[in-house]
Design a protein around this ligand. Structure first.
Ligand code: PLP
Length: 416
């Protein structure tokens, strides 16, 4: 437990819930593909007095005084982001991934303009033009889908759609696609129709940083990312772009959609970027992918239907239809047995989004705590037992105990 004496004394109710959450994160195998464990250094920066400071504007051009330290912190974060990703320009102020994406739309298009992104039920994000998101309400959305046979992106089809609808922005990126993206092909499509290429690498930014996923930076006009998924930083967002778009992007973030930046988060992002620049981060990123592949192979051997037949990033998407269990029933049973993931739609799902056919899982968090291929085999065995008998409470309880014993041997970063 990290020391929170004041919180404990003043608000024992919240303190004890945080303590319980810390225990949950220690004792369970966390496989939600968007989650991770940050280091103690990142936690300390994000829990610092920087939360007290207002600093609307950018370094050297602020609206309030007293920015001697904040300007330096934000500049360090920007320089590290540029170095890590080889970008011309970085903006580290977006509150999170979704606001970062809104800033991109604000920077380049007007309400009613056409955007093209991956459909939500096919692994796109809400902010890529879903009807329930502002991105789907203010813009004309043309969604591309995955190939029905292969579950893969079909660049030929995307090209045809783009030629037909002439989008102003093409969004490449996903929250549930287990393969790498071909940014060169996306660039060709965007160039063919004169569109801005906007890559959202929220999920796989850590893999790009670690050199095990191609980088979108040389190809995209603008790249957005969260900082808290595979990149293993605090909850936040970031935009990288070509120099020619720097002004438009900065203006869109502030004053376009945000007020004062969250300086405690900026500092924690700087720390996380320093960690991601260490040689060891390359090993981390490589192990994430090795673990995902090992888990995919083990599950395939047990007859699981992996969308696209496997993975080459950090995540797996599994259609459970042939196992005669829904995604939700499986996810709940797995959680009860100490393996935490989410139910998820699969491409062309015949079930409803709130009760879909699949599950999604990722290896970023478990790799942070030191799990390797061997542990993946154990997880695959447990998952198979649970999914084959999701109502066997006794078995779930037994596995929960075994999971806890395994986790005790692998203390995660940030927790004692
Ligand atoms: C997670 C995610 C986001 C949004 O991030 P938040 O920080 O939750 O707002 C945006 N795009 C993609 C592709 C994501 O996976």
């Amino acid at each position: 437990m990290h020391r929170m004496e004041n919180l404990k004394n003043y608000d024992s109710e919240i303190y004890s819930l945080i303590e319980k959450e810390e225990k949950r994160q220690f004792d369970k195998i966390r496989m939600i593909a968007s989650e991770n464990y940050v280091s103690k250094a990142v936690l300390e920066a994000s829990g610092s007095v920087l939360t007290n400071k207002y600093s609307e504007g950018y370094a050297g051009k602020r609206y309030y005084e007293g920015q001697q330290n904040i300007d330096e912190i934000e500049t360090i974060a920007i320089e590290r982001a540029k170095e890590l990703f080889g970008a011309d320009h970085a903006n580290v102020q977006p509150y999170s991934g979704s606001p970062a994406n809104m800033a991109v739309y604000l920077a380049f298009i007007k309400p009613g303009d056409t955007i093209m992104g991956l459909a939500l039920p096919h692994g796109g994000h809400l902010t890529h033009g879903s009807k329930v998101s502002i991105s789907g309400k203010y813009f004309n959305v043309v969604s591309y889908e995955l190939d029905k046979e292969t579950g893969l992106l079909n660049y030929g089809t995307i090209m045809e759609l783009a030629k037909e609808h002439k989008p102003k922005i093409i969004v490449a990126g996903h929250s549930a696609y287990p393969r790498q993206l071909d940014f060169k092909k996306f660039r060709e499509i965007a160039d063919e129709v004169g569109a801005i290429l906007f890559v959202d690498m929220a999920h796989f930014a850590g893999l790009v940083a670690g050199g095990v996923h191609p980088s979108p930076v040389p190809y995209a006009d603008v790249v957005s990312t969260t900082t808290h998924k595979s990149l293993r930083g605090p909850r936040g967002g970031m935009l990288l772009c070509k120099e020619e778009h720097a002004k438009a992007i900065d203006k869109a973030v502030f004053p376009g959609i945000q007020g004062g930046p969250h300086n405690h988060t900026t500092a924690a992002i700087a720390v996380a970027l320093k960690e991601a620049l260490e040689p060891s981060f390359k090993d981390y990123a490589a192990q994430i992918v090795k673990n995902a592949k090992a888990l995919a192979d083990a599950l395939k051997e047990k007859g699981y239907n992996l969308i696209t037949g496997g993975t080459d990033n950090h995540l797996l998407l599994i259609d459970l239809t042939n196992k005669n269990v829904t995604g939700k029933i499986a996810a709940k049973a797995l959680d009860n047995a100490g393996i935490v993931l989410n139910y998820n739609a699969v491409p062309y799902d015949t079930r409803k989004p709130f009760d879909p056919s699949g599950i999604r899982l990722g290896t970023s968090s478990v790799t942070s705590r030191g799990f390797r291929e061997n542990e993946m085999l154990m997880i695959a065995d447990w998952m198979d037992q649970i999914i084959s008998n999701p109502e066997d409470e006794k078995m779930l309880e037994k596995i929960a105990g075994d999971v806890k014993d395994l986790c005790a041997k692998f203390p995660p970063p940030g927790l004692d």
